[in-house]
Design a protein around this ligand. Structure first.
Ligand SMILES: Nc1ncnc2c1ncn2[C@@H]1O[C@H](COP(=O)(O)OP(=O)(O)OP(=O)(O)O)[C@@H](O)[C@H]1O
Length: 619
């Protein structure tokens, strides 16, 4: 490896930082302790510890909420406040002291109100310390709160926790490590504060002022003990501040026990009626749907507005106008914590420092016996003592589900519940969810971009794009008759092709299908599902069969067209066969895997008229 000067440069600075401390300790054995023990050092040390502790207490009470607000606020104003909070760090402490004189000095209103007691007093020392030390905690708290996933607080809201409880039980524990460092550093800064203190409160002497007075009077010997004490305090505080957070306590905790499982009382979820308009940033949501079934899926591409719709239902996004009814009762005026709606966001948002047993009983009004029922039903009852980072992705989803179900909600919302899971886990969880949603009678709304999820977990489908509903209705109907090519595309319909309708017949290259119902002439988009395309091997392999040779593959009702197999994809029991006609019309057909033709085989394709859907081009 080529040598670079970088380590040497770094080492030089490190030496410059440490050598003065080392030099102090080298000289320490030769200290004349009689001369060093200047009278008043104990009182000065006590005063500094005392005032720094009071100042830190004030900073904690006011600075943690400010750090939280800054972490959760957006926009220019919040940014400006964030910069302003750091001002005391940028100013020389002497200047900070002078600025404080303008507010608490003896001739100001405040100063007169307190009879001049805000300067040259213990209060003055505390005021100076708060001013210079507060930014350390506010900055640390803001960064620590910014690391706490806001989705965890939102979920806590849907679990019945009000604002203060969310702050105390979700945000504060999540940010505890960073806040602890901020508190310790603030204390240290307050303890060592000199510049602002000499201006605002020269008397009585806190330790740094005492050291200065000693140094001015008798030189270095009188400073030995204060320096020693200050170095000791700094070392202890820095070591405490650097301790890694996230420890789970030295004491072994007792195993979690839940009561005997009790099945929840059966409920019939309400039917939802949604008509809302909302703005989220520059995005406009305009959704209308009156559900005719309890199990609903919202399907659409990324950015369609699916999650926003779900958040409106959960009470986490307030629309500009409209209404939201559940079984006739209006929900829009009800805050999230009182809607009684279970909400599972894209990630499971479990709380990092909580064991599974506590997670699933975290909701307000959760019934531990019902939580135990769901833990068993969802197969996580053996993991009650685990923390979220000791669970797999699938187990975390199950835990989040049990947590929501333990409150016995009547409505349960799932936002992409299978994202990021391996295929077998996904399949297993999907089947479990299908069983649970069918047996509970709950109203469920599933957000997904996967048509298979919608087919398995919903009786009714709402297809969305661009913040609007493109089509809604019973799942089978929507899948069988997409209202437009866009919907067909979102439903994953294969064989979506351009064609032409002429005299009641669809023409696409050399494929002609007589349509079952009359359709206006003109350019069209058409589709047929792969499972409806029939395929048969040509009687004379290698010879391109004649177009329109009726009846070979599909029976007498539909004409067949010759084609050659381009590709075959085996998907377990079925195979996907891609075949193209001589004119280039390419269709995909699903056939039993056993007996699927090999690539290059000449085949005949039949498209039954009843299986074709057409739309005038441009819809
Ligand atoms: N907090 C926000 N601020 C600004 N824009 C937002 C915010 N949340 C969502 N959006 C925008 O609203 C639109 C819809 O977002 P939404 O999360 O509802 O989409 P989605 O259909 O759920 O997509 P995905 O499947 O990717 O989650 C997107 O364009 C997104 O960028």
């Amino acid at each position: 490896m080529r040598r670079t000067p970088l380590p040497w440069l770094g080492m030089l600075l490190l030496a410059y930082l440490l050598v003065p401390v080392a030099a102090f300790f080298v000289r320490l054995p030769g200290t004349d302790w009689k001369q060093a023990a200047a009278p008043g050092v104990g009182a000065a040390l006590w005063l500094s510890v005392y005032t720094a502790s009071i100042a830190t207490l004030v900073i904690v009470v006011l600075g943690i909420p400010l750090g939280y607000l800054l972490a959760r606020s957006r926009g220019r104003f919040a940014h400006l406040i964030g910069v302003a909070v750091q001002l005391p760090l940028a100013l020389p402490p002497l200047i900070s002291g002078i600025l404080l004189i303008f507010v608490v000095g003896p001739y100001t209103r405040l100063g007169r109100l307190f009879g001049g007691g805000l300067t040259d007093s213990v209060t003055g020392i505390v005021l100076a310390q708060v001013f210079v030390a507060a930014p350390f905690l506010v900055i640390a708290a803001r960064s620590a709160f910014a690391e706490v996933d806001p989705a965890a607080e939102e979920v806590a809201a849907t679990l019945g926790h009000g604002r203060l409880a969310r702050f105390a039980r979700v945000a504060l524990p999540g940010a505890a490590g960073g806040i602890r460092s901020g508190v310790l550093l603030s204390w240290l800064r307050a303890f060592g504060e000199f510049g602002a203190t000499v201006v605002l409160a020269y008397n009585p002497n806190a330790l740094p002022v005492f050291v200065y007075v000693q140094f001015s009077g008798s030189g270095l010997p009188g400073t030995t003990i204060p320096v020693l004490l200050t170095l000791g305090a700094a070392l202890v505080v820095l070591l405490l501040a650097d301790r890694r957070p996230g420890g789970r306590g030295l004491l072994r905790r007792r195993p979690s026990v839940l009561p005997e499982p009790v099945a929840p009382t059966a409920v019939a979820g309400p039917l939802l009626e949604l008509s809302v308009r909302a703005h989220v940033g520059g995005f406009r949501l305009d959704v209308d749907h009156r559900a005719g079934a309890r199990r609903l899926a919202i399907l659409g591409p990324s950015g369609a507005g699916k999650s926003c719709t779900l958040r409106v239902i959960a009470g986490l996004l307030t629309p500009d106008a409209g209404h939201l009814r559940a079984g006739g009762a209006d929900l829009l005026g009800v805050p999230a914590e009182r809607r009684g709606i279970g909400y599972l966001p894209q990630d499971s948002s479990l709380l990092p420092r909580m064991r599974l047993a506590d997670q699933i009983t975290f909701g307000v009004g959760s019934d531990p016996a019902v939580a135990a029922f769901w833990a068993r039903r969802l197969g996580i009852d053996g993991l009650l003592d685990r923390y979220p980072d000791q669970l797999s992705g699938g187990q975390r989803r199950r835990a989040a589900m049990a947590r929501a179900l333990a409150r016995q909600p009547r409505i349960l919302l799932f936002d992409e519940p299978f994202t990021g899971l391996d295929t077998p886990v996904r399949e297993e969880l999907r089947l479990l969810l299908r069983t649970v949603t069918r047996e509970t009678g709950l109203t469920t709304v599933l957000v997904t971009h996967d048509p298979v999820d919608a087919a398995m977990l919903a009786d009714e489908v709402v297809v969305m794009d661009g913040g609007r509903v493109l089509q809604a209705g019973p799942q089978r109907e929507v899948f069988a008759r997409p209202a437009s090519p866009a919907v067909a595309r979102l439903l994953g319909v294969r064989n979506l092709r351009p064609g032409h309708v002429r005299d009641g017949r669809l023409v696409d290259g050399d494929l002609t299908v007589t349509l079952a119902a009359p359709v206006p002439d003109g350019p069209a988009t058409w589709c047929v599902r792969p499972e409806d395309v029939r395929i048969g091997v040509s009687p004379a392999p290698g010879r391109a069969p004649a177009t329109g040779d009726a009846g070979y593959a599909g029976g007498a009702d539909a004409p067949a067209v010759g084609a050659v197999v381009r590709d075959v994809i085996h998907l377990g029991a079925i195979a996907e066969v891609v075949a193209a006609t001589p004119a280039g019309t390419e269709l995909t057909a699903h056939v039993p895997a056993l007996g699927a033709p090999a690539p290059g085989t000449a085949v005949r394709l039949t498209v039954p008229p009843g299986a074709v859907t057409t739309w005038p081009r441009g819809t």
